[in-house]
Design a protein around this ligand. Structure first.
Ligand code: AHR
Length: 522
């Protein structure tokens, strides 16, 4: 049943647009429903890296930049509007060098951040500041514990400190530090990229570590029982090399044979869209060639997901273990003049299209992919927000995440369409992509991405067994493929209203070139 639903969910008829003129035929079948699209696939990632945390969200209570307990108000307000479901912190590679005790209490240890620029880590943003941040933006915590240079003891203490309601020494210390009530920690990453920056471990070595962390790092919060229990997420693959299939095989096989004494609920997967690691594309001043190359590259995640979901299905046909894509997004060359260790890049309409394509890909596999985190939230890689001192600008990627809010916790609905083709030089891509879902607001939502850099697409919209009367929502396009928002021109790429009404029983929706469109269909 599940399989047949999945196959009907996306029908990519690779027919050329010539066969259909300029029209894309798209039909939604609201009488059939698929899996829930978890809100947690719209998660974010905030690592101690460059100005992602310090400056980007934490300015300290004495800053002239308006803030609430040190967290900048402009950024918090923008993120609250995004309904960010969860934030992964403190890394990334940084997590495997993070010692939580440096970041609590009145005397903070000053340490270094050797992976990311070798800069001073003041530890002024620690556990309580992170939890305050999550609270201020109305989100939930996804902590990555230090498996690389830490110990099981250290990680177990951290989660006891955060979650124990009973008055242990650690719980009392938390109260002294300002938070008597236990915190909720819904997601726990057990290590990060343990095959590389997290300790270059073999899969077997990692598996034996995982068993101990999964056993001893306990969440004691009485409010996190049963369905609300903490999701323990094992390190998973990070690329297409054979060592990554071996990794997933080892961890999933290990889980399949697990005893009563340990368990896990998620397996991580990292995927960055990079054209060439040695010679990365620029995030600014590029043309259609680089636009098409990056979009082609990003669609390759389909194969990676299918490979690893295939392995998971073999050991876990009931899909108990979630696939957690907790790092994804575009990785370009650092902006000229910036610290290369800070991973500063601009964000263009190309990234908006890329974000929508990835979100659609996750939504189509909603039965397995139940958490995802774009890298990263502020000032780093494919960010939602860029800041410079007191200035802040929202990126095209921010707008896509905001437009997709109706898909949070929605129920997927099959959508069939003739994708057509968009070709540039020797690159051929589907011209459009689409997902549909019933939102928790009861409305039928449709997201359409037009990858074509030059041609608008006319969508002939139908609903199986019902008449469609209107489609009303927003579309995000731009003057050029490399259009960006800057502090001086923050509204170059902004969503605009779009609507269409049926005429003579037909509903034609015209979506602009290089655009992302989200509409409610009635
Ligand atoms: O997001 C930047 C880095 O990319 C993360 O720290 C690491 O996990 C990945 O390699």
């Amino acid at each position: 049943m599940r399989l047949s639903l999945l196959t009907t969910t996306v029908l990519f008829f690779a027919l050329s647009s010539a066969a259909f003129g300029q029209t894309i035929e798209l039909s939604i079948d609201a009488s059939k429903t698929g899996p829930k699209i978890s809100r947690h696939i719209f998660g974010q990632f905030a690592e101690h890296l460059g100005t992602g945390v310090y400056e980007g969200l934490w300015v300290g209570p004495d800053s002239k930049i308006p803030n609430t307990r040190g967290l900048r108000n402009d950024v918090v307000n923008a993120l609250r509007e995004l309904k960010v479901p969860n934030v992964r912190w403190p890394g990334g590679c940084f997590a495997d060098e993070y010692h939580w005790r440096n970041g609590i209490g009145s005397k903070r240890g000053v340490t270094l951040n050797p992976t990311w620029g070798g800069v001073i880590e003041p530890n002024t943003f620690g556990t309580h500041e992170f939890m305050d941040f999550v609270d201020q933006i109305g989100s939930e915590a996804f902590l990555s514990v230090n498996l690389g240079s830490g110990t099981v003891h250290e990680a177990a203490d951290w989660i006891e400190y955060m979650t124990s309601e009973q008055q242990t020494t650690l719980a009392k210390e938390r109260a002294v530090n300002g938070h008597p009530a236990p915190y909720k920690v819904p997601f726990l990453g057990i290590g990060n990229e343990s095959w590389d920056c997290g300790g270059n471990m073999s899969p077997d070595f990692y598996l034996s570590q995982l068993k101990m962390y999964a056993r001893f790092v306990r969440n004691f919060n009485p409010a996190q029982r049963g369905d609300d229990r903490m999701m323990r997420i094992a390190v998973g693959p990070g690329g297409t090399e054979p060592r990554f299939t071996e990794w997933t095989e080892t961890v999933m096989k290990g889980w399949k044979g697990h005893t009563w004494s340990w368990d896990m609920e998620g397996l991580s997967l990292h995927n960055y869209t990079v054209y060439n690691w040695e010679k990365k594309h620029s995030s600014v001043d590029f043309g259609e060639k680089e636009y098409a190359e990056i979009l082609k590259k990003t669609l390759e995640i389909n194969g990676l997901l299918d490979t690893h979901i295939g392995i998971m299905d073999k050991y876990d046909p009931e899909k108990k273990i979630a696939l957690v894509v907790d790092e994804w997004g575009a990785w370009y060359a650092p902006m000229p003049g910036s610290n290369p260790g800070f991973l500063v890049q601009q964000n263009s309409q190309r990234d908006a299209v890329l974000a929508a394509l990835n979100l659609n890909i996750f939504a189509r596999r909603a039965d397995r992919i139940r958490v995802a985190n774009i890298a990263q939230m502020i000032n780093v890689l494919q960010a939602m927000i860029l800041t410079d001192k007191e200035k802040m600008v929202l990126t095209p990627t921010y707008h896509v995440f905001k437009m997709y809010i109706p898909f949070q916790d929605s129920t997927s609905i099959p959508v069939a369409f003739n994708a057509g083709t968009y070709a540039f030089s020797n690159i051929t891509l589907p011209r459009v992509d689409a997902i549909a879902a019933k939102g928790i607001d009861g409305k039928l939502w449709l997201a359409i991405t037009n990858l074509d850099a030059n041609r608008a697409a006319e969508i002939d919209l139908k609903s199986v067994g019902a008449n469609v009367r209107s489609a009303i929502g927003q579309t995000l396009t731009s003057p050029k493929v490399d259009s960006i928002n800057t502090f001086d021109s923050p509204k170059t790429v902004e969503p605009k209203p779009i609507s269409a009404r049926a005429q003579g029983g037909k509903l034609m929706l015209n979506v602009p070139a290089r655009s992302v469109t989200v509409v409610a269909v009635e």
